[in-house]
Design a protein around this ligand. Structure first.
Ligand code: NAD
Ligand code: DAU
Length: 351
């Protein structure tokens, strides 16, 4: 495969994936399709935007005829689909937007791929990037989500992602479309939109603003460094089995409140403050509706079949991440002020 469509490539994980693919595979043409919602930021891709094997198309994946045209224009042979509405709190406020992009957008891409490839499946692949949230919530303890755990989504976000996963598998079972799916745990790292826990809290600690902890801070998440996630996607895309699902996670569970205390310590130290002096910013607030208690991924299949393992310890990854946000205050300021949305107009001379 040479012509690869990556959707959502201007977002957090997508921008890391585009960077990896454009640099690692100079003979591929990477076509990044992104609508540039509030979460899409072309400044995340400054270092690759002029590379000859990279193309950007501002487009909504829900626009079926536009997707057909893009498949046709670029002779798309493989898809790595990340475009989505991704924030749980927003899904509680506006579930329709999540059904639209995550379900209808995925369907539009599946249908465009099916029509373009028209039964010639060899060397064709539709890879769908999904989340561990589709499995629901675990009780405290040792149980982990495996690839065969029953789907049990609770938020409008996870319900929409679960639905998209089902559509992807239905296209495989019904029409024979070659597909792969991966379900990953919480990612952290550079270029994450500062509405998500880690970048939001680092920015707030820096500016002495309250750190709003939902409920008692007892919820558990399994954190993975984003560059390890995109390495896993690359491996699964090239070497995973057609029709299969792979869980991706770092065996790295943290109670929110414990993680937040670590974040406070590291951020304080890097800012030259006494470690823990920002603890007073921790503010317990009303819980998120339907807040899943615990996520934890069993990624043994990926390790055993494809030899993938996280490259960094959590201590290394989180230190690197805090440093990155503290050294990229301009990026954060552009995002929080909304200025980043002008980047497309400047770069491409378009509105
Ligand atoms: P993100 O919100 O940072 O980025 C999403 C990107 O999709 C943005 O660039 C946005 O502009 C684009 N987009 C949204 N709607 C679109 C549409 N209709 N058409 C075209 N582009 C559109 O998300 P992220 O955190 O990078 O997540 C990427 C994918 O990975 C999502 O599918 C998400 O469900 C999945 N995932 C995320 C995590 C995580 O921890 N962030 C973990 C597991 C899986
Ligand atoms: O598990 C994978 C999922 O991880 C992805 O599919 C989602 O796209 C991604 O957003 C993330 O979902 P979470 O809801 O787990 O991430 P978030 O950063 O929003 O929250 C992490 C935990 O911190 C969660 O238990 C809620 C809590 N939280 C979050 C925020 C933003 C707070 O206590 N306070 C906050 O202000």
């Amino acid at each position: 495969m040479k012509n690869i469509l990556i959707t959502g490539g201007a977002g957090f994980i997508g921008s890391h994936l585009v960077r990896l693919m454009v640099n690692k595979y100079p003979t591929y043409r990477i076509v990044n399709v992104d609508k540039l919602t509030y979460a899409g930021n072309l400044a995340n891709l400054k270092d690759v935007e002029k590379m000859s094997n990279y193309v950007f198309e501002k487009a909504d994946i829900c626009d079926f005829s536009l997707m057909q045209a893009i498949f046709d224009r670029y002779k798309i042979e493989g898809v790595i689909h990340l475009a989505a509405e991704s924030h749980v709190d927003r899904s509680i406020q506006d579930p329709f937007a999540f059904a639209q992009t995550n379900v209808m957008g995925t369907l539009s891409l599946l249908q465009a791929a099916k029509q373009a490839w028209n039964g010639q499946w060899e060397d064709r692949l539709f890879y769908h990037v999904s989340t561990d949230e589709v499995y629901g919530a675990l009780k405290p303890g040792k149980e982990l989500f495996t690839e065969t755990t029953k789907y049990d989504p609770h938020s409008p976000y996870s319900a929409s992602k679960a639905s998209s996963d089902h559509f992807v598998r239905a296209y495989h079972d019904t029409y024979g479309l070659p597909i792969k799916v991966s379900n990953c745990s919480n990612n952290y790292g550079s270029y994450q939109f500062p509405e998500k826990l880690i970048p939001l809290f680092i920015n707030n600690i820096r500016h002495n603003k309250p750190l709003p902890v939902y409920g008692k801070g007892d919820n558990v998440r399994d954190w993975l460094f984003v560059e390890d996630h995109v390495r896993a996607i690359d491996l699964i895309f090239h070497r995973g089995k057609i029709g299969d699902t792979y869980n991706i996670g770092g065996f790295n569970e943290w109670r929110n409140i414990d993680l937040i205390k670590v974040l406070v310590k590291i951020t304080d130290r890097l800012l030259g403050r006494p470690e823990g002096s920002s603890d007073h910013l921790i503010t317990f607030v009303a819980d998120r509706a339907g807040h899943d208690l615990r996520y934890a991924i069993d990624s043994n299949k990926l390790k055993q079949e494809l030899g993938w393992e996280p490259s960094l310890s959590f201590e290394e990854g989180i230190e690197k991440t805090v440093k990155w946000y503290l050294e990229h205050q301009e990026w954060l300021d552009n995002v929080t002020s909304g200025d980043y949305q002008k980047y497309y107009e400047q770069m491409y001379n378009k509105k």
